[in-house]
Design a protein around this ligand. Structure first.
Ligand code: NAD
Length: 355
């Protein structure tokens, strides 16, 4: 599959991007160019099968840098582009929204501009199969009440600076198809989990803090519901979209797996108690309820029917088994995460380099 494809993956050193690059190299025939600025969130140690691979190239570049992009496009002439380069942490977007506008909005527009220039120089048969896939989030749709699901036609109602920046980028991607004829499509997915996720996000943060016997801060009453998707199921969905996705479509990616945050944190505690019973008390005792995040969406849920029906995608991982495997992965891969976290000495385990 994807034979003769030359796929430019932006953000391929991040959590989902690296899962996609690993998948494309292991399961398809595609050539892969990974373009990543290696911000605090990107590390090439997430790509153990890539270094020296004959179908892989790495380009350290920033999607805001038009000249750097032009050079990369000219040398690799991709037949598909998939954009995963972004600022992605909601809490950081509340502390400093400007970087989210710069990368997620302006960076996406710069990437669209250079992709269009490159697309127009391709041969007609390569233009016919060209795709620009933009990876976005269900958070653009805002919050659900107790019932209902997001659908491709759901209205945009972003509530955080992060989701507002992603929403804006989705609109630019659509506009580039309508205005300039670039064959674009958008995917909006739910919360991902799995190996190689940066320790600032809920699941790895809780795993590492619970492992170390630190307090586990849970926003509000822990009642916020997220629809969890294993990152490898997401990567397979994205590969299908690159191969057979329909320009103009919006594909929602989710595994019909809703869990409230408190249940997830409790499950992590129990999994660690069974694997590393070193503390002498149940790790659930570490849970502390802290003041809720401002603008915190109550519930997300995805209706993935279009992806299932059009592209035949089905998730392979169930949440409980996948979470247990993720806990095992963090226990076995200290070499990957230890360089990324720092102890602030005040009982907190924080991202290295965080202000
Ligand atoms: P991540 O933070 O783990 O990785 C982002 C990557 O982008 C990093 O490698 C970073 O170095 C790179 N990057 C950042 N700014 C860049 C720039 N200006 N130029 C080039 N590279 C840059 O993110 P992730 O969790 O893998 O998310 C990838 C995409 O998927 C994002 O667009 C995000 O909005 C979307 N998404 C993520 C989730 C999730 O649960 N993680 C859910 C829905 C959607």
């Amino acid at each position: 599959t994807l034979a003769d494809a030359r796929i430019l993956v932006t953000g391929g050193a991040g959590f989902i991007g690296s899962a996609l690059v690993r998948h494309l190299l292991a399961e398809t025939e595609a050539r892969v160019v990974n373009l990543d600025a290696l911000t605090y969130a990107g590390t090439l140690s997430s790509l153990p099968n890539a270094d020296g691979h004959p179908r892989y190239a790495f380009e350290k570049a920033d999607i805001r840098d038009a000249m750097a992009l032009r050079d990369v496009f000219a040398r690799h002439r991709p037949t598909a582009v998939i954009n995963l380069a972004a600022e992605t942490h909601v809490d950081r977007s509340i502390d400093g929204p400007a970087a989210f506008v710069d990368t997620n909005v302006a960076g996406t527009v710069t990437l669209l501009t250079e992709a269009t220039r490159s697309f127009r120089a391709l041969a007609p048969e390569e233009q016919a199969r060209f795709r620009f896939a933009h990876v976005s989030t269900d958070e653009v749709f805002g919050s659900l009440g107790q019932t209902g699901r997001f659908e491709p036609v759901s209205p945009y109602r972003p509530n955080s600076p992060y989701s507002a920046s992603k929403a804006a980028s989705d609109h630019f991607v659509r506009a580039w198809r309508e205005t300039y004829g670039l064959p674009t499509l958008v995917t909006n997915c739910s919360n991902n989990f799995g190996p190689y996720q940066f320790p600032e996000k809920l699941i790895p943060l809780m795993i590492l803090r619970a492992l170390a016997g630190r307090e586990l801060p849970v926003y509000g009453a822990g009642a916020n519901v997220r629809d969890w998707l294993h990152v490898e199921d997401h990567a397979r969905a994205l590969a299908l979209v690159l191969e057979r996705g329909r320009p103009g479509a919006t594909y929602l990616v989710g595994a019909r797996c809703e869990r409230d945050n408190l249940s997830v944190v409790r499950l992590i505690c129990d999994l660690l108690d069974a694997r590393a019973p070193t503390l002498g008390f149940p790790r659930r005792d570490l849970i502390r309820f802290v003041e809720d995040r401002p603008g915190h969406d109550l519930r997300y849920a995805i209706d993935p029917s279009l992806l299932e029906q059009e592209l035949g995608w089905r998730p392979r991982h169930d949440f409980d088994t996948g979470l247990a495997a993720t806990v095992d992965w963090y226990l076995a891969n200290r070499d990957w995460w230890a360089p990324l976290v720092a102890d602030d000495g005040d009982g907190a385990l924080v991202r290295r380099g965080r202000a």
